[in-house]
Design a protein around this ligand. Structure first.
Ligand code: DGY
Length: 327
């Protein structure tokens, strides 16, 4: 069943506070309801706000499910300014003829930069060292003060070799002279492996051969707790784990144990299973750098993500093909 094109004025909800100048072109094709206070609507409030809308501009914090779609019969298009679409029930959208668009490519390099920042910060204990200094605990230079692991020249295992994984591999191989291993649903073409200087491994082999492991895979139910106690035990003693994928990929309690026991050298997390709530076990764990889901958050990139989401909405509402539909 497909939603009908409106005969009256088109209406769009911009569900969060977004750069006003980027949103402006939407006003030429639709009446726009904005969210200046940036409040995250409850599921019920989001249903109410979208009930008479034809288009939705959302972020990863707004969940689009079958119940919401059934309450919003005029909805034609959902445009998320994220690349990840795990907050959208794609099958339910397809069944109801609702087009879904997302924002790939524009955030790849910025997110890869941050993945590397988190890897460096975790391996070199930047977070703990800064807290130590600010707390007035620094009394003398010492040989082993915050002595961490080297990143340059080490083996990096990347789980998820999509656009972001590949951008990280490029930095690692070409900038940091690292040996790069990767695991992916599909093995890359040989010329890409050569270009990235990356070798394919099954997950257990990748975990046991890598000094540092970085997770950059898209989330699906199959990825739930992909890294649990068993996988953490397969990692090298002293290894580093970095997660810029989704919180659900890592069993957070098992990770906290692996840090407390000393088996894992360090970890860096930008994403959390219950975000914005953070598991207290993580807050209490040592050698762990925590950031609030900001890997794509540079000003130019956040503007580009919002711009692409707006361009997608305008295209679909004008009856043209979306620029970046969810495949
Ligand atoms: C995405 O785009 O999916 C990110 O996680 C949000 O920055």
């Amino acid at each position: 069943m497909s939603n009908l094109v409106a005969d009256g004025p088109l209406r769009v909800l911009v569900a969060r506070a977004v750069f006003p100048d980027v949103i402006e072109p939407l006003r030429a094709v639709a009446e726009v309801e904005t969210t200046p206070d940036d409040a995250i609507a409850t599921p019920e409030a989001l249903r109410q706000r979208l009930a008479d809308k034809h288009g939705a501009f959302i972020t990863g914090s707004e969940r689009i499910d079958a119940a919401l779609l059934d309450a919003c019969p005029q909805l034609l298009v959902v445009s998320t300014m994220t690349v990840g679409v795990d907050h959208i029930d794609l099958a339910a959208c397809a069944e109801r003829g609702v087009t879904v668009t997302h924002a790939p490519d524009v955030l790849t390099e910025t997110t890869a930069d941050f993945g590397f920042a988190l890897l460096l910060a975790a391996a070199r204990q930047v977070g703990e060292a800064e807290r130590y200094l600010r707390a007035g605990q620094w009394k003398k230079w010492s040989v082993d003060l915050f002595a961490g692991a080297d990143v340059h020249g080490a083996t990096l295992g990347i789980v998820g070799m999509g656009r972001i994984g590949q951008a990280i591999a490029r930095r690692a191989a070409h900038g940091f002279n690292m040996r790069v291993l990767y695991h992916n649903r599909k093995r890359l073409a040989a010329h890409l492996e050569d270009d990235l200087r990356a070798s394919y491994r099954e997950l257990p082999e990748l975990l046991c051969e890598s000094r540092h492991v970085l997770l950059a895979l898209p989330y699906s139910p199959a990825a739930y707790h992909l890294i649990g106690a068993t996988e953490l035990a397969q990692m090298q003693p002293g290894a580093t784990l970095v997660n810029i994928a989704r919180g659900g990929v890592v069993d957070e309690t098992a990770l906290a144990h692996a840090l407390h026991s000393g088996h894992l050298g360090a970890a860096g997390l930008d994403v959390f299973e219950g975000e914005p709530a953070v598991n207290p076990a993580l807050l209490a764990a040592p050698r762990l750098v925590l950031t609030p889901h900001i890997a794509s958050s540079s000003i130019p990139t956040r503007r580009a993500m919002a711009q692409l989401a707006v361009d997608n909405l305008v295209a679909v509402l004008q009856g043209q093909p979306p620029i970046t539909p969810v495949a």
